[in-house]
Structure formats: structure tokens, C-alpha cells
Design a protein around this ligand. Structure first.
Ligand SMILES: [Zn+2]
Length: 101
């Protein structure tokens, strides 16, 4: 897998809207979507992020520094490239595959 498959996590709303959504989500004690800042109350879709700012495809099993799995909103995930979005099942499969390697 080439490093150029690491891409920026896109923002789908104005940054002022993002900040407002994020504040509301944090006040309510929820994680928030990295694309719109809206609260994620029931995480179902996830991406592999690096520093929370970039993402890499689910087929990439390299273990990067400062990488973690983060939830994305169920609307925003439809706008992301499909090979970057994972279901919980796929996250668990990925973790298993990494352990085998
Ligand atoms: Zn979103």
C-alpha cells in the first residue's frame, strides 16, 4: 500500500459550523464526527485516522504511529471513499489480521 493513499479527512461543513457542532457534542459528552463535528451517539462506522487529521484505507494493515480508529457519522461516511470506511465487524477483523502478522 503506497503512502499516497493517506489522505486528509475531508470537512463537509463550514469550519464555523463544525466548531459549533463539536462544542454541542462535547457538552453532551459524545464523540463527534471528524467531517462535520456532529455528535455520534451510536457509532457504527469507523475510519483509520492518523493524528485525527488524515486517514488510510482499511486494506492497509501497516501500523502507523499515532494512528487510531475513530467513528464517523452515518451520513458523512456515505461521502467518504468506501475503502476507507469500516463497520465494527471490519474493525475487529483488521485487528485480528494485524495480530497474526
Ligand atoms: Zn459527519
Amino acid at each position: 500500500m503506497k503512502p499516497n493513499q493517506i489522505i486528509d479527512i475531508p470537512l463537509f461543513v463550514k469550519s464555523s459550523t463544525y466548531d459549533k457542532n463539536m462544542d454541542l457534542a462535547e457538552l453532551a459528552g459524545y464523540d463527534y464526527c471528524p467531517c462535520c463535528g456532529k455528535a455520534i451517539k451510536n457509532p457504527k462506522y469507523f475510519i483509520n485516522s492518523i493524528y485525527g487529521g488524515c486517514m488510510y484505507p482499511k486494506t492497509d494493515w501497516v501500523i502507523y504511529d499515532d494512528a487510531w480508529v475513530m467513528a464517523v457519522g452515518s451520513e458523512c461516511r456515505k461521502k467518504l471513499p468506501s475503502d476507507y470506511v469500516m463497520t465494527l465487524k471490519e474493525v475487529m477483523e483488521m485487528e485480528e489480521n494485524r495480530m497474526v502478522k
